[in-house]
Design a binder for this molecule. Structure first.
Ligand SMILES: [Zn+2]
Length: 295
């Protein structure tokens, strides 16, 4: 009888060792590549390096500014480097989705912000203005746009309380975008930026009835609505008229407003103005939220 060959049990298969070696090699190569990138590529072009105040503007700039929310002390250090003193705003929570933390105000050194709410006076019943308003509301309703907010108290801060990255975006926009554009187009510098709110505990107004509204970036003081600009030479440009060149019948006002919108896109994650939709005809909405857009 032939002796039965004992069946050799498999020892541990060799592939996990091979795989581990390959993985180690790949991780090593990746680490060397990343280190080489760190040496060869300027820091402002590396997505993982924090923003420095004198970094040139790149497509990464809005992302780097928004990422400052993870590093409040570096965010404040950048403002200090720019010569801007900030006041710490108290944390607040008004609804479960309206939570503001790490917010600041801009008391001095930064762009002068003026809070302006200009609710249009109600037209006289029976007047042409009242008829025009009724026609506009009907057209908005037909286009699926929501009706304007009912009059009443709104949770809007009169102090320009904002998340620190919004403040950094404003200061950079003011220094590097608005003032150079104002000098070359208007022949003057910016004296004040008019806004009509940063924090407001509300949902988004998208005009889209198919989706339930999500919290607005204003609900966390992560946005600001710009309504106009005052210049040192006394000139004032306001939306919506200036967008169409209707202020003092000059076209440079319209050119400045578009330059202001375009340069805001270089610093803010989201910039929405009159070119976006009718809801933004009278302001530039600027925010540091998760979405990127420029319209
Ligand atoms: Zn807004």
């Amino acid at each position: 009888m032939k002796p039965v060959k004992p069946v050799r049990k498999h020892s541990a298969p060799p592939w996990p060792v091979g795989l581990a070696a390959e993985l180690f090699a790949m991780v090593s190569v990746a680490a060397v590549c990343i280190m080489a990138l760190g040496f060869l590529v300027p820091k402002h072009l590396l997505p993982w390096t924090p923003l420095a105040w004198n970094d040139p503007v790149t497509p990464l700039t809005p992302w780097k500014i928004a990422a400052l929310r993870h590093d409040p002390s570096h965010c404040r250090a950048l403002l200090a480097e720019a010569g801007v003193t900030v006041a710490e705003a108290p944390n607040r929570m008004d609804e479960d989705y309206c939570v503001v933390e790490d917010a600041v105000g801009l008391p001095s050194g930064g762009p002068q912000l003026v809070f302006e709410v200009q609710p249009p006076p109600p037209p006289q019943p029976g007047s042409p203005e009242a008829a025009a308003l009724a026609a506009k509301l009907a057209a908005d309703a037909a286009a699926g746009l929501p009706p304007p907010e009912p009059p009443g108290p709104r949770l809007v801060s009169s102090v320009p309380m904002m998340r620190c990255p919004v403040a950094v975006g404003l200061v950079l926009w003011h220094q590097r975008g608005l003032n150079p554009a104002a000098a070359s187009i208007i022949g003057s510098r910016i004296k004040r930026i008019q806004h009509n709110g940063t924090y407001a505990c509300r949902k988004m107004r998208t005009g889209d009835k198919r989706q339930p509204p999500r919290p607005s970036q204003h609900a966390t003081a992560n946005a600001i609505d710009i309504v106009g600009f005052e210049f040192e030479n006394g000139r004032v440009l306001k939306l919506p008229g200036a967008w169409k060149g209707q202020e003092d019948e000059t076209e440079d006002g319209a050119a400045f407003m578009k330059a202001a919108r375009d340069s805001a896109c270089q610093y803010f994650k989201m910039t929405l103005g009159p070119d976006y939709n009718a809801l933004h005809a009278d302001h530039l909405h600027l925010d540091m939220g998760g979405l990127r857009g420029c319209r």
